[in-house]
Design a protein around this ligand. Structure first.
Ligand code: CA
Length: 231
């Protein structure tokens, strides 16, 4: 039984989502405000939180920050603005994924399942043996300077693009954070290795968004750095 806390103030959206989630056999609690959500979350155990960014009493960002003080529960954001995506996925807010409005209820339940599969699998440091990966999982369009993930064009910032390109062009090679800073930033002195981690996180999230359920192509080598593996 998977318990989901849905935080959404628009009744029409909330009703549709509650119905879709319950049809998919999730147990759903619904909160209309950030304050209510935090209160309910403190009293009951949840496996997942779906969080609208625009709430009447506080932002979904504030709610997520509060949750993150003592919980690593997966958080899927509902946002009306594409401009909020980088903040959502950044270290400051700590969201796991996002869906932009308008969306279909099916899209939400599929994402919830994909995120739960990932968090349950703890695949961060797993061996890549035997995992089905398409060689076309990532494709670089050098003319347009864009990278496609499973056919979907990734909406990357300049640094994310360079970072992913370095990894993509050197598949199987492990890069330390310092090496990635040097290759993907013009002025590596101005940033820290935490910057690399933050950008890797947003790149991963954007790839997951492009291909829900697909495996992480960027692997973390603990104590060493990152490597992109496609088979
Ligand atoms: Ca809202």
């Amino acid at each position: 039984m998977t318990r989901v806390l849905l935080v959404e103030d628009e009744p029409a959206i909330a009703d549709t989502l509650v119905y879709a989630l319950e049809t998919d056999r999730f147990v759903v609690a619904h909160a209309l405000t950030g304050g209510d959500a935090l209160e309910i979350f403190a009293q009951q155990a949840f496996d997942f939180v779906i969080l609208d960014v625009g709430l009447p009493d506080m932002t979904g960002f504030d709610v997520c920050r509060k949750l993150r003080e003592n919980s690593q529960v997966p958080v899927l954001f509902l946002t009306a603005r594409a401009g909020e995506i980088d903040r959502i996925l950044g270290l400051e807010i700590g969201g796991d994924d996002y869906v932009t409005k308008p969306f279909s209820p099916r899209e939400i339940t599929a994402r919830v399942r994909a995120i739960l599969r990932r968090s349950g699998a703890v695949a961060e440091f797993s061996s890549s043996a035997g995992s089905p990966k398409s060689t076309r999982a990532l494709q670089h369009d050098s003319v347009a300077m864009r990278i496609h993930c499973h056919g979907v064009c990734l909406d990357l910032t300049a640094h994310e693009y360079k970072l992913l390109l370095v990894l993509l062009e050197n598949q199987g090679r492990v890069f330390t954070r310092d090496q990635l800073l040097e290759k993907a930033w013009y002025d590596p002195g101005a940033v820290t290795d935490r910057t690399v981690d933050a950008h890797i996180k947003t790149v991963r999230a954007k790839m997951r968004h492009a291909a829900p359920g697909a495996e992480d192509l960027i692997q973390t080598r603990r104590g060493l750095g990152y490597v992109l593996v496609m088979e």
